[in-house]
Design a protein around this ligand. Sequence first.
Ligand code: UDP
Length: 246
Amino acid sequence: MPAEPPADPTKYRRILLKVSGEVLMGEQGYGIDMKTVDTVAAAIKRAVESGVQMCLVIGGGNIFRGLSKAAGDMDRATADHMGMLATVMNALAMQAALEKIGVQTRVQSALTMNAVAEPYIRRRALRHLEKGRVVIFAAGVGAPFFTTDSGAALRAAEMGCDALLKGTSVDGVYTADPKKDASATRYERLTYQDVLAKDLRVMDASAIAMMRDAGIPIVVFSIRGEGSLRRVLNGEGPFTVISGQV
Ligand code: UDP
């Protein structure tokens, strides 16, 4: 598997795009903003039309997070189950937005929910991708005490993706939180080891370690704004690449 993004990034054959729940709530403080979902769906459609096979993982933080205040003194496993169900709702919203504009999709859930989504079956997912369908992986890894970042890393490795693109509301990894510290600067490149040693909190340590072991680069970028996904697929910044070497 490649340890580096392809020299010509337009040659991405298959990617996994992780979209955090926070992005989907748009300007709202909570929930799903369908206008934002439509904008992300339109960007995905353009990527698919350019010939890239797309896997999608959508977070759930816009609806429920296992470690949130709303979880109160609920036991962690129960709260995390609710968080996983939130990712299924987001996956269905994204599926609706994509199908509305003519993009074929399948939702595969790590928690079996036969009336709603296909169960996760690796070989079946690969077949969907080969047919040009977007596969949306819901419910993370299907177990509590994980996040959708780990789900994204696991599926990216299983699907043999060339890169894991993490679409957030910030255009890369910064030395400090750019929303709180005006002097924060963006890293162009980092190694997996840097991220772990500096505790940069881009993704969970387990997700970073999994990508390091699989040799899959992570590209962190802002998915807000027109054309951002297309630019990243063309290798144009701003973004931060996390890989085996700087
Ligand atoms: N979750 C889980 N196992 C998984 C994936 C998700 O328990 O494999 C739960 C966990 O409570 C998490 C929530 O689902 O906080 C929503 O996912 P996440 O926080 O990763 O969403 P994001 O931050 O990307 O919006």
